[in-house]
Design a protein around this ligand. Structure first.
Ligand code: FE2
Length: 331
């Protein structure tokens, strides 16, 4: 299924060594039977997703690929040559939806449309609009973060699929493993104290969806940066998005002490500059699978506006069992 497997810490790299053959047609047929239209090719969290997943598990390529990806037991997987380049959007997104449903339960990334597949690409800024632009809509860099950090149940995983690689000097994808965050924090007394504090003291994350609603409507979610993990071999889970925390603190300064602010600033320095990181320009037709609880991700600035990725977030539990919103923000 996979070849040329190598590892860099908890990130695994592989080339695909299979061909989809008629299985892409089978996937498309199964989804066409189950969906009333593909929601502008963004799909939606299917109401019968548990049954649909069982049906898709009968497609050999899909089942074997899922097994191979999970068998790597990595916090991040970079798979080159997934084999979806040049497909029309509906077929490509159908394959990505099917794959993510095999890995878990894809969540809606956009509350208004319910879209599961989100296009990560530059969007023109509407004139006179004060709408909050999220990381995925800007051409600029994205600070290191975990997705949905300001919600009760951040999705456990997400995929990025590269439709069009950036053909410029930038647009690198960045990943930092939780172990490298931990290792860096343990190097100094301040870092060890910060880790302890951020493991025990909740901090306010401001919910970006209401940024645009004005200050009258501030909503924060309070949680620790480092939390307990249920995954064997992992030390902790992470929630991190410094800009959301800074805005949370501005809204609720009563929730933080000077020590906590200092610990957060130190963690930001570790995430932005100090910790070892994977940094690469992913080529077209690459799939990246990321453990959103055990990896930070980000992106460097780019100028090629044709750079285009698809992102789908994946929950471990079916959508019907999830607490709180999924998506809203497209970070
Ligand atoms: Fe993100």
């Amino acid at each position: 299924m996979l070849s040329s497997i190598s590892r860099l810490g908890n990130v695994a790299f592989a080339k695909s060594a299979f061909s989809w053959q008629s299985d892409l047609d089978t996937i498309f047929r199964i989804l066409s039977n189950r969906f009333d239209g593909f929601n502008d090719n963004g799909f939606y969290a299917h109401p019968d997703e548990v049954a649909l997943r069982r049906e898709l598990a009968q497609v050999p390529t899909l089942a074997h690929l899922t097994e191979a990806l999970q068998g790597l037991r990595a916090h991040g997987v970079v798979l080159y040559g997934l084999g979806l380049a040049d497909l029309p959007e509906d077929r490509r997104n159908a394959a990505l939806y099917a794959l993510t449903l095999m890995l878990g339960y894809p969540t809606s990334t956009d509350q208004r449309t319910g879209r599961v597949a989100w296009d990560v690409r530059a969007r023109p800024v509407e004139q006179g609009s004060e709408r909050f632009t999220t990381f995925s809509e800007r051409v600029g860099s994205a600070d290191m973060h975990t997705d949905s950090s300001f919600y009760p149940m951040p999705e456990e995983q997400f995929i990025l699929y590269v439709v069009n690689a950036a053909r410029c000097d930038g647009g690198h994808s960045l990943l930092i493993d939780a172990e490298d965050i931990y290792r860096t924090l343990q190097e100094t007394a301040e870092g060890r104290a910060a880790f302890e504090l951020l493991s025990t003291t909740p901090v306010p994350f401001r919910v970006p969806a209401v940024y645009a609603a004005g200050d009258a409507n501030v909503e924060v979610h309070v949680a620790t940066v480092f939390g307990p993990t249920t995954r064997p071999g992992a030390r902790f889970t992470m929630r991190w998005r410094y800009d959301s925390i800074e805005k949370g603190i501005a809204a609720r300064p009563d929730l933080v002490t000077p020590e906590l602010r200092a610990a957060l600033a130190l963690m930001n320095d570790v995430a932005e500059t100090k910790a070892a990181r994977f940094k690469d320009q992913l080529p077209t037709d690459t799939l990246m699978l990321v453990d959103n609880h055990h990896m930070l991700h980000g992106r460097t600035t780019y100028t090629d506006e044709r750079r285009h990725l698809i992102r789908i977030r994946i929950s471990d539990v079916p959508n019907a069992e999830r607490i709180g919103p999924s998506g809203v923000v497209r970070d």
